[in-house]
Ligand binder design. Structure first.
Ligand code: FES
Length: 109
C-alpha cells in the first residue's frame, strides 16, 4: 500500500488508488477542506507537495488552477494515492470560518 506522509502529522498506509482528499480525512484524520465536493471547482482541497508529486493533472485540475492563477499547489480531490507521497496541509476547516469542510467527495475521479 502507498504511504502518505503528512508534514508534521505522521505517515499512513493508504489503500492503493484512494483519492488523496479522502486519505487525508480518513487515514490522517485531517479536517481538510473540499468545499465543492471534489469537483475541481473551488481549490480549497489544495495541498503542497514535498515529495512524490504526480507528474500529470486531470483536465479539471489543470483548468481550475490556471483559471484561478494558482501555482505551487495541487488539488487533493484530483489525485489518487498510487505511490508514496509527502504533503503539507494548508487548507483546513479549523480557522477557515466555514461551517463545514464540504460535501464528501466521491470515491472515484
Ligand atoms: S477543487 Fe473543490 S474539492 Fe477539490
Amino acid at each position: 500500500m502507498p504511504v502518505l506522509t503528512v508534514d508534521g502529522v505522521g505517515s499512513f498506509e493508504i489503500p492503493a488508488g484512494k483519492k488523496l482528499v479522502l486519505a487525508l480525512e480518513d487515514e490522517a484524520k485531517i479536517d481538510q477542506l473540499h468545499a465543492c465536493g471534489g469537483n475541481a471547482r473551488c481549490t480549497t482541497c489544495r495541498v503542497e507537495f514535498l515529495a512524490g508529486e504526480p507528474e500529470t493533472k486531470t483536465p479539471g485540475e489543470a483548468a481550475v488552477l490556471a483559471a484561478k492563477n494558482v501555482t505551487g499547489v495541487r488539488l487533493s480531490c484530483q489525485i489518487l494515492c498510487d505511490h508514496d507521497m509527502t504533503v503539507k496541509v494548508i487548507s483546513r476547516l479549523a480557522g477557515s470560518g466555514r461551517v463545514d469542510a464540504g460535501k464528501r467527495p466521491s470515491d472515484t475521479l
